[in-house]
Design a protein around this ligand. Structure first.
Ligand code: SAM
Length: 268
């Protein structure tokens, strides 16, 4: 098992984990097994971001057809090649943000213990790709997980929550203590899963997400003030009247369903 404290400490004692690449390695094989089991489908390829020493990769191989892993750090890439010899593991020494995802034509699973410094860009690359996704399962900082899963009215609710929840059924699979990583980060984590719930419609998504981003532009301002540069006064007033919205309502009080109605009225 790669996910064990003695091995990880021994290797990382010599190499030193690279903070700039967000290197915190899993050392609890039970947690790793749970993530992999949750993420994979035996019939499908799993794409992994940041395999590191291979703790998660070896479990993904157990539950997937094969694994395509993208690692940015040459030291990790070489160690991984030594650690796992299974020919169903294909490792690319490449920044995932530069990966060509168009080559995957079949349905895939995605799984990662994500490097925290680049979580949001990686997630948006996946969301905005044309991948045919079965399920995404990722370990993220607890605070990011809370933002993704937040509902209207909560502190954490924002544009990220709405965009993600429009596209996916999102779920916090489990909270994870900082103690299962080496070196230990100073925040706790959570495993979040995403299952697609809609056919892709790029043009609609682009316009709808522009409305969402603008609605949250200044959190302390009312929805009306955030939207008044995007739509004319008459269109906005008509929409408020039709949907019976309070003039002082703020974006963080509005749920996804109501935002979809707002979009429909404004784009009439
Ligand atoms: N999967 C391993 C585990 O769970 O023990 C390592 C996880 S560690 C949090 C993140 C890994 O992502 C590191 O191996 C790091 O080098 C790699 N990484 C960081 N930025 C990356 C990027 N932009 N593209 C691909 N890999 C990256």
């Amino acid at each position: 098992m790669i996910a064990n404290i003695n091995y990880v400490k021994e290797v990382m004692g010599e190499l030193k984990a690279k903070k700039k690449y967000g290197q915190n390695f899993l050392i609890d094989s039970n947690v790793v097994d749970k993530i992999a089991k949750n993420a994979c489908d035996k019939e499908l390829t799993t794409i992994e971001i940041g395999p590191g020493l291979g703790a998660l990769s070896e479990m993904l191989l157990k539950y997937s057809k094969d694994v395509e892993a993208y690692e940015i750090d040459k030291d990790m890439y070489e160690l991984l090649k030594r650690n796992i010899s299974d020919e169903r593991l294909h490792v690319y020494l490449q920044d995932f943000l530069d990966a060509d995802l168009d080559k995957y034509k079949e349905k895939v699973s995605i799984c990662a213990n994500l490097p925290y410094y680049v979580t949001t860009p990686i997630l948006f690359k996946i969301f905005e790709s044309d991948l045919n996704i079965n399920k995404i399962t990722v370990m993220v900082q607890k605070e990011v997980g809370d933002r993704i899963c937040a509902k209207a009215g909560s502190e954490d609710y924002g544009a990220l929550s709405i965009e993600v929840q429009y596209l996916y059924d999102v779920k916090t699979e489990m909270d994870v203590s900082r103690k299962v990583f080496y070196p230990q980060p100073n925040v706790d984590s959570a495993i979040i899963s995403f299952r697609p719930i809609r056919e892709k419609d790029r043009e609609f998504e682009q316009r709808f997400f522009t409305l969402i981003k603008n609605s949250f532009r200044m959190r302390r301002k009312t929805l009306y003030n955030n939207l008044k540069d995007l739509y004319d006064k008459e269109t906005l007033e008509k929409m408020y009247l039709k949907l019976d919205l309070d003039n002082n309502i703020r974006a963080q009080q509005i749920d996804l369903h109501t935002f979809m109605k707002i979009y429909k009225e404004l784009e009439k």
